[in-house]
Design a protein. Structure first.
Length: 274
């Protein structure tokens, strides 16, 4: 899709506003790791992926798996922005009877390709999806997003080994590397560094980018598409809570909702109103 930087920037801001609205309305959720993915989601859904919200089951479509399923608010915001369902539904997040649960459900939400939540399993499923696409001679690519804390799960490295073994060059795994998780800094909880060297040792092509710079994001995904014979890992350096000053680089905002005053302040910083 021919879409320029200015438009992508506006979409990212809209996604961030929706994340705040969702989590404030729900009274619970995960703002930090949702806000930091706004540029990546805007790029993937509005420029990179071959998808059609009017035909969500289109053959040979690209598929995105949010392995860090607790960041569901940013996925829902992107899907609504793209037109998979009305944006008015976002305020029903986590409410009884809503199809927008705390974690993505592929059975209920248009555009969700895999139910996720238990960390590492979304990555595992994406490996199977990429292998199936190869066996069926499909042309769709698989995009999967992991958190850096998620790399502490053993299944992640089993999956990394399998993707390399089957030469799945149709999968691009992005690590949302903000350095923080629910209990604090990665390095204090369980060291995950050096991420790049670890993926390289498992036979992956590795690209490092600024996860808030659209030109760098595009560079990463274009290089991933050109790489043949091995899977690609894109390590995106991000700021947890990006866009809201009092949430940025603060692990306490991993999994709590803002109160009304905080939500209003966040929306003001994002150029909107609650």
């Amino acid at each position: 899709m021919d879409i320029n930087l200015e438009v992508l920037t506006k979409i990212a801001v809209n996604i961030r506003r929706s994340v705040i609205e969702e989590i404030y309305s729900a009274g619970s959720g995960h703002p930090g790791g949702s806000l930091d993915l706004a540029e990546i989601m805007a790029y993937l859904y509005f420029k990179e992926m071959n998808i059609d919200p009017k035909n969500p089951n289109m053959k040979n479509r690209d598929k995105l798996v949010l392995s860090k399923g607790h960041a569901a608010p940013v996925l829902y915001a992107a899907l609504a922005e793209k037109g998979y369902f009305p944006k008015s539904e976002l305020k029903t997040l986590r409410k009884t009877g809503s199809f927008l649960q705390g974690h993505p459900d592929m059975r209920k939400i248009p555009g969700v390709e895999m139910s996720t939540g238990s960390l590492g399993q979304g990555f595992s499923a994406s490996c199977g999806m990429a292998l199936a696409e190869k066996l069926n001679k499909g042309t769709g690519r698989i995009y999967v997003i992991l958190g850096d804390g998620e790399l502490q799960e053993g299944i992640v490295w089993e999956t990394a080994m399998a993707c390399s073994h089957y030469t799945l060059d149709n999968i691009a795994a992005l690590v949302d590397h903000n350095g923080l998780q629910i209990d604090g800094e990665n390095d204090e909880v369980m060291k995950v560094m050096p991420i790049a060297d670890k993926f390289k040792s498992f036979g992956w092509n590795v690209i490092e980018i600024d996860g808030h710079d659209f030109e760098d994001i595009e560079r990463g995904y274009k290089q991933a598409e050109k790489c043949k014979g091995k899977p690609t890992c894109i390590i995106a350096k991000t700021i947890k809570g990006k866009g809201v000053s009092f949430m940025e680089n603060d692990a306490s905002w991993h999994g709590k909702a803002p109160d009304k005053e905080q939500a209003e302040k966040a929306m003001t910083e994002l150029g909107g109103e609650l």
